[in-house]
Design a protein around this ligand. Structure first.
Ligand SMILES: *Cc1c(COP(=O)(O)O)cnc(C)c1O
Length: 359
């Protein structure tokens, strides 16, 4: 069976070998007579999955010893609350770099607990210049989103102006797609349903000296310490999500690691951007070329009437889920780890032929 190429922004495509392993292990996980979903979470078999996932994340990202790796339920948005509840400490303010939908959502949620200082407020098409960021010294931390999934803008690397106070970063849609220097951050978090598995789980990497700052009123399950103290088993964890993330980590290692993921991400996105740039009469790209995301390519049809036609004809040609986010419209092609180069190549020729056919 040939499956279509799935450009969904999340939940998103998984590599076929990962799906095949899930299928093969569903009725009987390694001779235990049941699936991982039916297994006690304190069994040796599950603990091996949990520890295997942590060890692989540490290896792939070279996570320094003074950082804890946590697995929190509640997906991405739960971290909008957990980050301020845990990192504010005795401070009352936090600084947010707002580059698009997701950093704005995080700033709004933080405003329920903290005085939020907005260090930059963009319109989703470009990133701040270093000198545009003014970060107050009394902020407990500065927060930004590395890749804005809705608008398709991505930081090439974290702005240097942020160092000095702990940097908290939402990497939900580009985590595990390239190496990065963990030691530049106080905290990095990522929901897993983009490059690293399925929805409902967040991986949190946090410097240990930032633990223990939460006030006593913070609910137990929203306190990072709870996950550290219990070895990521404060209750029954999201076992399926952890199992699939571990399969993703194994797949990434087998494919050659994060440098390979990055090379492929650049190759895939360049092919699609090149096709768009070659047909400017048909397509408009709003994002500043310096901020173009390797993960989410966003564009519009100059003739808005053709947007639905594009989505429909693409699906018929085997390229599915290309409609842009409901809040911004247009087209969005998400090109995460699982997307084969052939999928991006196929989409870029579709983009070119569509422009010829509808010229
Ligand atoms: C998807 C996404 C989120 C939200 O994740 P949920 O699991 O739906 O809460 C947050 N930030 C970014 C950058 C995302 O791409």
């Amino acid at each position: 069976m040939k499956r279509p190429y799935n450009f969904s922004a999340g939940p998103s495509m998984l590599p076929e070998p990962v799906l095949e392993t899930i299928q093969a292990e569903l009725m009987d996980y390694r001779g235990l007579g049941c699936s991982v979903m039916e297994l006690n979470h304190r069994s040796d078999a599950f603990e091996e999955i949990l520890h295997g996932l942590e060890a692989r994340i540490r290896r792939l990202l070279k996570v320094p010893e003074d950082y804890a790796v946590l697995f929190c339920p509640g997906g991405g948005r739960m971290q909008f609350s957990m980050v301020p509840l845990n990192l504010l400490g005795a401070g009352v303010s936090a600084s947010y770099v707002v580059t698009g939908t997701w950093s704005k959502g995080a700033a709004n949620e933080a405003a329920r607990f903290a005085r939020v200082h907005v260090a930059y407020h963009g319109n989703g098409t470009k990133l701040p210049d270093e000198e545009m960021l003014d970060i107050p010294e009394d902020a407990s931390y500065v927060y930004y989103c590395d890749n804005e999934t809705v608008h398709g803008i991505e930081f090439p690397e974290p702005p240097a102006a942020m160092v000095g106070i702990p940097v908290a970063c939402d990497m939900s849609s580009n985590f595990m797609s390239r190496p990065f220097d963990v030691s530049r951050y106080g905290l990095v978090w990522a929901g897993t349903q983009k490059n690293f598995g399925i929805a409902g789980l967040a991986v949190v990497i946090v410097r240990r000296d930032l633990l223990g700052l939460a006030s006593p009123e913070v609910p137990t399950m929203l306190n990072y310490d709870t996950y550290v103290r219990t070895g990521n088993l404060p209750n029954t964890p999201p076992v399926t999500q952890i199992y699939v993330a571990n399969l993703m980590a194994q797949w990434i290692e087998k494919e050659g690691g994060l440098d390979v993921m990055n090379t492929r991400a650049i190759e895939r996105s360049s092919m699609v951007y090149d096709a768009l740039d070659a047909c400017p009469h048909m397509y408009a790209t709003k994002v500043d070329p310096k901020a173009r995301s390797r993960m989410n390519v966003t564009f519009r049809l100059r003739d808005e009437m053709l947007t639905d036609v594009f989505v429909k004809e693409a699906a018929e040609a085997g390229f599915i889920n290309l409609a842009g986010h409901r809040t911004v419209g247009g087209i969005r092609a998400s090109l995460y780890n699982a997307m084969p180069i052939e999928g991006a190549a196929g989409l870029s020729s579709f983009i070119r032929t569509f422009a010829l056919r509808h010229a």
